[in-house]
Design a protein around this ligand. Sequence first.
Ligand SMILES: [Zn+2]
Length: 326
Amino acid sequence: MLTIHTQQGRSIEIVLQSELCDPLNLGEYVRAYCHIHGSDHQRSLSINKTTGWGHCFNAACNATVLVAEWNPTVAKRLIQLYYRGFSALLSLDEQMRKALIHSQRAQAYLNERGIPLDVALASGVRYLPPAMVNNLEAQKQRAILRRWEERILFPLASPAGKGYIGRSLWHWQPGMDENAHKSLLDQPRRPRRWIKTNPAGWFGVDSDQLSSSIILVEGAFDRLTLLMAGFDAPGVVALVGTAAPIDWFPPHIKSAVLAFDGDLGGQEATSRIEEQLVQAGIHVRLCLPPQDRWGKDWNERWRRLGPESLRPALEAYADLRKLVCS
Ligand SMILES: [Zn+2]
């Protein structure tokens, strides 16, 4: 899924047909559970198959969607707008690396997420300070990059090309709890907490360099947490979301641990992706964080419980490798 913000201030979610949750054909329209606001008990997403445009009837969500395969011309035009953002960011990559090294604020944020600077830099993490955008000479570049300023950026890889995903630090203050900052951003007319350049790339090494046994997590910070705990970079992939087309997994992958978030979205993604991987002949082991009060994802649990919190993931990964190697 890719969120496009038009110049008129509208948000459009570009989705792939495969991302629709349990779609039901009703003549001209398809109804599906809305994966944008998370599972609910009604198929609140209604999409016109001939135009590709659709809309979520849940009042709190009210999302506008476009199914890429059903209106490729418009989807392509909107996605191209995004690639323009990518090349503008790519041209600043080295400057953004230096900005991370010099920004006390960005480092304070990483520090409070429990991530050392060297782990972040080794994984290609960047920072785009507002001053860097303001200092750009070309007005067009400034306009393209305005929505990316004050974000921690993570590189994305996909067979379709490279990209970035950025986490906003808007109004974040040292000492602010991660969940408090999340609820500050998850309100109307605030910067999106996360934005991406291109659809559904993942934060991990290029697919031909992946280990034959991999562990899949949801969040970019979950991946950094696992790397810090000693997992090898080629073995850990963050989907930065909950979708991954099955043809992105190269044939040399033999086994995968699914270690998504412990919430409903993570559980739903687990069963969906497990089924796809098993069908592709990949051994799968599940390792969702325990349902307790210590946090729904690996990064949050690490911050609260320390190294012990990752034991289930380490064990599941070690077991699976043994199984595949024997
Ligand atoms: Zn919705």
